[in-house]
Design a protein. Structure first.
Length: 256
């Protein structure tokens, strides 16, 4: 069985007064080895973006922790995201906060089977560093993200694009069924799975990192021979040193 270590941190950045990001990383069940890493980036600004991310974090982590008997981890991630979506929409309606949402990307790592199961909506991202390559796993639910994914835009062009902040999907943005589809039967909540190699680092991050730090530079920091907590802080420092235009959140789960 794989031995894992993990760390995470968040920072307000250099230009914002409020941190609307949050995260969770750790073992979710007592006496079980599975590790959850998840990053949230709330939207709403003065209209409680921080409340959106905190509400979703509480709901999703709670749902997963309350289902230790579940063995289909991809289904568990889907249902946790569906529950998080429902709880955030309740928050919107009960407190008249209709314009608060959060983007979120999470990964449940099962070291016993060497598999990972992710949930994703919006433009937070999951990357995997393995065999000398840092590969983006999730695709942004945005026009600019899709153009970058397809090669229509370079990484630098995407970073600077005026439509970069706009996303088409976010938790709380639509009512969804138990399969993560909208009432028009369009997919909204995304899930997937990964076969994990013997050695890897999984990076989950908000756009405050990858809008400021090139992928090659993130890779170099992840590969440094220093404790994991220092590398996580190094990624945050790199974002802030590049301008820190947004909140920045980083979670890493990796093999020892």
């Amino acid at each position: 069985m794989l031995e894992l270590r993990y760390a995470g941190n968040t920072d307000v950045g250099r230009m914002r007064e409020l941190n609307e990001d949050t995260y969770y990383v750790g073992q979710v069940w007592e006496n079980k080895p599975q590790v959850l890493g998840i990053v949230f980036d709330g939207m709403g600004g003065e209209s409680y973006g921080d409340v959106a991310s905190a509400t979703a974090r509480e709901a999703i982590v709670k749902y997963i922790k309350e289902h230790p008997e579940e063995t289909d981890y991809q289904e568990l991630m889907l249902q946790a995201f569906v529950y998080g979506n429902e709880e955030l929409r309740k928050e919107q309606h009960e407190h008249d906060r209709s314009n608060i949402y959060t983007v979120v990307t999470g990964m449940l790592v099962d070291p016993a089977t060497q598999k990972g199961y992710y949930g994703h909506v919006g433009d937070t991202r999951l990357y995997m560093l393995a065999n000398g390559e840092l590969k983006q796993i999730t695709k942004d639910h945005s026009d600019v993200g899709e153009m970058e994914w397809s090669g229509e835009l370079t990484e630098e062009q995407a970073m600077k694009h005026y439509l970069r902040p706009e996303v088409r999907r976010a938790l709380g943005g639509e009512k969804v069924d138990d399969r993560g589809f909208t009432e028009f039967k369009k997919p909204y909540l995304e899930t997937g799975s990964l076969e994990l190699p013997e050695k890897f680092s999984l990076l989950l991050a908000s756009d405050g990192l990858f809008d400021m730090v090139f992928k090659k530079d993130s890779k170099a920091i992840l590969e440094q021979n220093v404790p994991l907590e220092e590398r996580v802080q190094g990624l945050i420092d790199a974002a802030n040193n590049a301008g820190g235009k947004d909140n920045v959140t980083v979670v890493v789960v990796e093999t020892k």
